[in-house]
Write a protein that binds this ligand. Structure first.
Ligand SMILES: [Fe+2]
Length: 267
């Protein structure tokens, strides 16, 4: 079985390159399941229900997110609308699982591919250099007890490379893949860990690279120079799609390969 995970889709430029390229990637690599991080797909900040539906229509089955999930307030009603419907679109949008009990939404989705393969997607958030949350290590332990699927994909939305690598080794052999998001900068360390889990510290952003992690670079440089508050506007230039393709044995969930993908809008 092959799954494709698309890194942080940023604003309209990110959504556009996904729309233009995802079908080709799916057919070229014989992909069974597409997952994407969409926490900044709405104008560079947050995610709306309409944009979630638009991404599902492109063949993406599950959307993961992170610390920007509450930027568009309508996502709260969307989550609440799906609370009792395990396969609704609202349940296919995850927020990090290690948010406090009672937070709208969930961080784990269990489904079946069109080809009939059971799978699970778990979304976690790091605690280093980020807002406080529950322990992602122990929350993963607890949630994995509920999972019956062998194919398990984990998006670790975190700032620190050390925390992501540690979670990768901690979950090695228990899940199919541990892949990082949030920094918007892809790392060149994709590998299969000793017990069969595919890993990459950060997949990188799907969005405009002529920017400081998605935002117009002049605004961010000025912020560093002056510390003055400023409205951040999404950039538009040098758009790339960053993703990983993971191949695994659907009977055991063990990964056999991980391929780092970066496609430029001009390729
Ligand atoms: Fe983030």
């Amino acid at each position: 079985m092959r799954l494709l995970f698309i890194g942080d889709i940023f604003g309209r430029p990110g959504r556009t390159i996904v729309r233009q390229r995802v079908h080709q990637l799916v057919s070229q690599h014989n992909i069974d399941l597409v997952i994407a991080n969409a926490e900044n797909s709405a104008g560079g900040f947050g995610l709306t229900p309409q944009i979630a539906e638009e991404l599902f229509e492109l063949g993406i089955s599950v959307l993961t997110t992170g610390n920007h999930i509450w930027d568009k307030r309508e996502i709260i009603d969307f989550f609440n609308s799906g609370a009792n419907e395990p396969y609704s679109p609202a349940r296919r949008v995850l927020r990090p699982a290690n948010y406090p009990a009672g937070t709208p939404g969930v961080g784990l989705f269990q489904g079946t591919t069109r080809g009939g393969i059971p799978y699970a997607v778990l979304n976690l958030q790091g605690r280093v250099f980020m807002a406080s949350s529950d322990d992602p290590f122990r929350v993963a332990d607890e949630l994995l007890k509920q999972v019956t699927a062998k194919v398990i994909f984990v998006d670790v939305h975190a700032e620190a490379t050390s925390e992501k690598v540690a979670l990768g080794f901690y979950l090695d052999g228990r899940v199919t893949a541990v892949v990082g998001t949030h920094t918007h900068v892809p790392t060149a360390d994709e590998r299969i860990l000793p017990k069969g889990t595919a890993f990459q510290t950060d997949v990188g952003m799907t969005g405009p690279y002529d920017s400081v992690i998605g935002v117009q670079k002049e605004l961010i440089i000025n912020r560093f120079l002056t510390n003055l508050p400023a409205r951040f506007e999404p950039a538009t230039g040098d758009v790339k799609l960053c993703a990983v393709m993971v191949e695994c044995d659907e009977k055991t969930g063990r990964a056999s390969s991980i391929l780092r993908i970066m496609i430029s809008e001009n390729d």
